[in-house]
Ligand binder design. Structure first.
Ligand code: PPS
Length: 288
């Protein structure tokens, strides 16, 4: 399989060579956004696929046909991925784009455009757990023997895709320079309907209550985990080993409690306080 063990370093950040090349990264950096574009921005495992599905259904007024027939990476492609250039379609309706890249790479181009940016963040403790399981299944990411080993690297910001802290802080700093919506995975979990309506308002895309019903129903975890167009079961085991973990794994808030010792959690909190000092972002560590 292509470039499975290659790591691309871009702006000091390691990225899987299976999905990124110097050319694809340059293309992303030079990309010309235009009015009407919607860019979903996330650090990995923050609910990217969930937001891709929500936006797809908002723009289809709750009609599930596209969501059930076109894979998420085709309908909301990642700017930086190798296939992006060939996937981007200039059809009707807005272009829904996705990225995990840091703000310093994309903010200059975004500031000169009228694109809308949705930044979706997730409690980093749950991100770390979800990312650890993703490393188990993704053959294009390094192996870690234990969660503890992975957590150390995550807190040092030395995993693929770089530091969670830098990612969220960098993008949050851009909030007044861009047409920007900040929303969290925990918001979606707590009140999906309210969150869908919030996204609709941001997009200037009004919906009837019956249409919101359909979006809400289709974007629930049980429904999405059965949808082959978003659960990544289309990707063969040589790339994503579905026997190791599922992409739609648990879909809950607070799973970190099942994985971190009290000492690990305390150490995490300490680093969180240090790195996030001066940044007024709040995270829900659990929903109870
Ligand atoms: S990726 O690889 O960066 O695109 O992954 P991403 O989509 O950002 O994150 C995957 C996690 O999101 C969970 N997910 C959901 N949770 C609740 N409800 C819905 N509908 C939903 N869809 C995706 C998915 O299960 C992964 O989280 P974990 O904690 O591993 O279950």
């Amino acid at each position: 399989m292509d470039r499975m063990s290659v790591t691309e370093i871009f702006n000091g950040i390691p990225l899987p060579g299976h999905l990124h090349t110097p050319e694809s990264l340059q293309y992303a950096q030079d990309f010309q956004f235009k009015e009407g574009d919607i860019l979903i921005v996330t650090y990995p495992k923050s609910g990217t696929t969930w937001m891709q599905e929500i936006l797809t259904l908002i723009y289809s007024q709750g009609d599930t046909e596209i969501a059930m027939t076109v894979p998420n990476w085709e309908r909301a492609p990642w700017l930086e991925h190798t296939y992006f250039k060939d996937t981007l379609k200039e059809g009707e309706g807005p272009r829904i784009l996705t990225t995990h890249l840091p703000s310093n790479v994309l903010a200059p181009a975004l500031q000169n455009s009228k694109a809308k940016v949705i930044y979706l963040a997730r409690n980093p403790k749950d991100v770390a757990v979800s990312f650890y399981y993703f490393h188990k299944m993704a053959k294009f990411l390094p192996d870690f023997n234990t969660f503890s080993e992975f957590l150390d690297r995550f807190l040092e910001g030395k995993v693929h895709y770089g530091s969670w802290f830098d990612h969220v802080k960098g993008w949050y700093r851009q909030r007044n320079n861009l047409d920007f919506l900040y929303i969290t995975y925990e918001d979606l979990k707590k009140d999906l309907r309210r969150s869908i309506k919030k996204v609709c308002r941001f997009l200037g895309c009004p919906m009837y209550s019956k249409e919101v019903d359909k979006v809400e129903h289709h974007c629930r975890f049980p429904e999405m985990s059965q949808n082959m167009m978003v659960n990544y079961m289309l990707i063969p085991n040589e790339i994503l080993d579905h026997d190791q973990s599922k992409f739609m794994r648990k879909g809950i808030v607070g799973d970190w409690r099942q994985h971190m010792t009290p000492e690990q959690s305390d150490a995490f909190d300490k680093i969180f306080q240090e790195k996030m000092s001066g940044c007024n972002l709040q995270f829900l560590w659990s929903l109870d």
